[in-house]
Design a binder for this molecule. Sequence first.
Ligand code: TYD
Length: 194
Amino acid sequence: MTEGKFIVVEGIDGCGKSTLIEKLKTHFPDAVFLREPTNGKIGMTIRKKLASEDVLDADEMLSLFILDREEDCELHVFPAINSGKNVIMDRYYYSNAAYQGAMGLDHNKIIAENINRGFAVPDLVLYLNISAEKALERIRLRAISSEQYEKLSFLEAVDSIYKKISDDKFCFLDGNLSPDEVLQQALERIGDIL
Ligand code: TYD
C-alpha cells in the first residue's frame, strides 16, 4: 500500500491557519486532520498552561509538547500514513522550535531532538506568511484570546525563527490575501505532492 502524505500547516498566532484548515476539511474529506497541542490529556494540560497567568517555563513546555507529539505520532500520525491516508496537521515540531526558541531555547537543538525521536517527517509544510503587526491586529479584532504568546516582540521572534528553520519542505503562502486566495495557493502546493 502507498503511504499517505503528511502535510503540516504552520504560522504565528493570528496568521489565518484555522480558517485555511477549515476550508481544507471540505476539500479533503478523506484526510485525517490533527492538531497540536492535541486533544489528549497532555495537550489539555498544555492548553491550560497557555491560558493561565502563570509564568511559563521554556524547558517544561518543551518537554510537554514533545510528550504530546510522541503520543500523537504513535496513536494517530503513523497509523494513518501507514494505512494510506493523508494527514493534515495544524502545527508540528516547527512550532516547537519557533515558540520555545522565542522563549529562549536553541531552535536547532529542538528540531534535532524531534528528528532524533523518530517523529514523522512532513512531506510539505505550508507556512502562512504574515507580519506580526497584522497578525496581532486580527487577534485583537477577534478579542477572544489573551494567551501569553500574543505580544508583538514575541511573535516577531517566532516569525524570524520559522524563517531560519524553514527547510526544503517549506512553502510560503501569502497570508495577507483573502481566505479563498490563500486556499487556492495551498491547494496548488498540495496538488504538487499528492
Ligand atoms: P492554539 O490555541 O491551538 O492556537 P493556534 O490556533 O494559534 O494554533 O494554541 C497553540 C499554541 O501553542 C500556539 O500559540 C503555539 C503554541 N505551540 C508551542 O508553543 N509549541 C509547540 O510545539 C506547539 C505545537 C504549539
